[in-house]
Design a protein around this ligand. Structure first.
Ligand code: TXA
Ligand code: MG
Length: 321
């Protein structure tokens, strides 16, 4: 157990955090998507600490966060597809999977010959990477399998004593993780839907569907994810059949409008006026709901835009593969 220091963002806090990263320690920091659990991406021992702190399987690789395109070039061989995406969407919620160079240790890339790279659109994250002078490997800063953290207190809830320092930057803007795109072949393949919509990616590069045999290229999709401590039912408003809910359960509704009619008296409601706000609030609503009730009903939004990522998170939180 280490003592976890929580600091608001300031130049001094970033200096202190960068010193921890350089010494091989762990720092949680805000990005525009969710909080990341960072360590020196080029130090295998530091990378191993991330897996241990999260309880993460060692074959589920980490995203390497960079502050410049040159940093990315040093870590991976970028194809034309990768460059087109980077030029259009960095800094931003896009993670590019590319063929790794030897400088990135095996532990960081979970034994794969590819590496995932992202330049976050958050000045605090970029300052930390630049001040550390190394790329920072960072998965979401939650215990493995839990909803991703969108606030410093959610990080503390999961990782108090397991991380050296947390930079508190308030609630994150986007609320769901980056979109992960494989760029190692001629066309781009979305491995994980995220905050950057497929429709936007498609305007820049040709997108191919992920094939069943390619699921191995996206190790994270094999594991259960985003699960709150109480059962969650995914509800599609477009379906005529209402979810079957035990009336004795104290239920919490999260969604975009009125709860289903037979959810007679939810003890708590989290209702968002559009899908962007829903994305921003979903994970923190799940974390609050698990303290309030014994069942969560979460509405599945329409599949367009960021809705695809939200549907994926809700279906996984419900326990479906
Ligand atoms: O927005 C985000 O992406 C956040 C912030 C902190 O940047 N990070 C994040 O990391 O969500 P994580 O570890 O929770 O999810 C990374 C995903 C996993 O599904 C992992 O399997 C996949 O990216 N991934 C990482 N490296 C990969 C690689 N070389 N090939 C295929 N998938 C990879
Ligand atoms: Mg994660």
């Amino acid at each position: 157990m280490t003592k976890t220091i929580v600091r608001s963002f300031s130049n001094e806090a970033i200096d202190e955090a960068a010193a921890i990263i350089r010494a091989g320690g762990l720092v949680a920091f805000p990005t525009e998507t969710v909080y990341g659990l960072g360590a020196n991406a080029l130090d295998p021992q530091a990378a191993r600490k991330i897996y241990a702190a999260k309880g993460r399987p060692s074959d589920n690789p980490l995203i390497v966060h960079v502050a410049t395109e040159e940093d990315a070039e040093r870590c991976a061989e970028l194809t034309e597809t990768a460059r087109d995406l980077i030029n259009n969407f960095w800094p931003g919620p896009l993670t590019v999977v590319a063929r790794s160079r030897d400088v990135v240790p095996n532990d960081t890339r979970g034994g794969l010959n590819t590496v995932a790279l992202r330049m976050p659109d958050d000045e605090r994250a970029l300052a930390l990477i630049a001040r550390s002078s190394v790329p920072i490997a960072a998965p979401s800063a939650n215990r493995s399998g839990r909803p991703s953290p969108t606030t410093a207190s959610a990080v503390l809830e999961d990782l108090d004593g397991a991380v050296d320092m947390i930079i508190d930057g308030g609630a994150t803007i986007r609320g769901v993780e980056s979109t992960v795109v494989d760029t190692t072949t001629g066309s781009a393949v979305i491995l994980r839907n995220g905050a950057l919509a497929a429709e936007d990616i498609e305007r820049v590069v040709k997108l191919s569907e992920i094939e069943a045999c390619d699921v191995r290229r996206s190790p994270g999709t094999r594991y259960r994810h985003y699960a709150p401590q109480v059962p969650l039912i995914a509800w599609d408003r477009a379906e005529t059949s209402a979810p079957v809910i035990d009336p004795a359960k104290r239920s919490v509704f999260i969604g975009l409008g009125e709860p289903p009619s037979d959810l007679r008296s939810p003890i708590s409601l989290y209702i968002f006026n559009d899908v962007e706000n829903y994305a921003r609030g979903l994970f923190s609503a799940m974390r609050s709901a698990e303290h309030e009730g014994d069942l969560i009903v979460a509405e599945l939004p329409d599949i367009s835009g960021i809705g695809a990522a939200l549907r994926d998170r809700i279906i996984r939180a419900a326990g479906a593969k």
